[in-house]
Design a protein around this ligand. Structure first.
Ligand SMILES: CC(C)(C)CCc1c(C(=O)O)[nH]c(=O)[nH]c1=O
Length: 313
């Protein structure tokens, strides 16, 4: 069997890639992703200028996953754009890396996407809609009217392949409302999910939180969030028109986890927490485990089962 997938008109040797934020802050990180057995890779969400982000400790690995409040540290969009354009020139036959952007508001998102639109970048762009809004209002993706306005503005000028990174939703009315907004736009994909927001992890011995920012509140990743990630992948897969693909992110630690996301309808798969724990060798391991599952089940390709999760009749 083969793990080859077609995504946005390009062929990838396998569906695995890093989640934006992990193993993608520096050119060394990105080069290690390029050397790995991942099928693709993506930059850290970029802002207009470089950002130091929040004070440390700001990312902590915990037994069942991770908690983070990084605060969008990144080298700025020119740094990442230079990297991906250089790779495009040096390896013209390869798929370019994905570019991720996260403006601190709708105006910066428009500015960042105009920079990409006006560049030679021929790859796929991911717009992080978990980006913060004005203080006191929820993140963009939890403000449906603002999401609609943002996408309407973006598609006035952006003609390259664009996906959006979404936080988890938990209510069918929200799945329905968000899907009806997203279906209005020529999106290449939706990436479900970002970390589960504002969790709290406690060190009982110290009777303390474990990260410094926000009194210890941070995004949760890892095993904790797989059921929520799978549900969001399935909910959008069954609601969005078939031109909008799904990237599944959240709780992928084994070939089986990868298989579950594909069964729910994902086309590409992103790994964050477990990549942070294990390093880029994880891509070889999960590709091997996933291939074993296809062999055991007699599947020749992912197409044979993608999205074919059974309900109980
Ligand atoms: C949470 C934001 C800082 C608004 C965006 C960047 C981001 C971060 C981060 O940089 O803190 N962490 C995540 O788990 N997901 C994200 O999307």
């Amino acid at each position: 069997p083969s793990l080859e997938v077609e995504f946005c008109g390009r062929l990838y040797e396998n569906p695995l890639m890093n989640a934006s934020g992990v193993c993608c802050m520096t050119t060394d990180d990105l080069d290690s992703m390029a050397r790995s057995r991942s099928g693709a890779f993506i930059t850290k969400s970029a802002t207009s200028t470089d950002r130091a982000g929040n004070p440390e400790p700001r990312y902590v690995t915990v037994p069942l996953g991770s908690i983070n409040s990084m605060g969008l540290p990144n080298k700025g969009i020119e740094y990442y754009l230079n990297y991906v354009l250089d790779r495009q020139k040096r390896f013209p036959s390869e798929n370019p890396p994905f570019m991720s952007v996260a403006g601190m508001g709708i105006d910066e998102n428009i500015k960042l996407l105009n920079i990409i639109q006006d560049s030679e970048f021929s790859g796929i762009t991911e717009l992080n809609l978990s980006c913060p809004n004005v203080p006191g209002k929820p993140q963009v993706a939890y403000d449906f009217e603002l999401t609609d306005r943002t996408l309407k503005s973006v598609f006035q000028f952006f003609t390259k392949p664009l996906g959006v990174k979404l936080p988890p939703f938990f209510d069918f009315a929200h799945f329905d409302d968000m899907a009806s907004i997203l279906n209005k736009y020529p999106l290449a994909y939706v990436n479900c999910i970002n970390s589960v927001g504002n969790g709290l992890y406690i060190d009982v011995e110290k009777e303390s939180v474990v990260i410094k920012p926000k009194d210890g509140f941070g995004g949760i990743g890892g095993e904790y969030i797989k059921p929520t990630a799978l549900a969001n992948v399935r909910a959008f897969y069954t609601r969005l028109n078939e031109n909008i693909k799904i990237i599944g992110t959240g709780g992928i630690r084994t070939g089986q986890d990868a298989f579950e996301h594909l069964l729910c309808g994902a086309t590409m798969l992103q790994i964050g927490t477990e990549l942070q724990n294990e390093g880029t060798g994880i891509f070889e391991r999960i590709n091997t485990e996933l291939l074993q599952i296809l062999e055991q089940k007699g599947y020749q390709s992912i197409e044979d089962f993608r999205g074919k999760l059974h309900s109980i009749t």
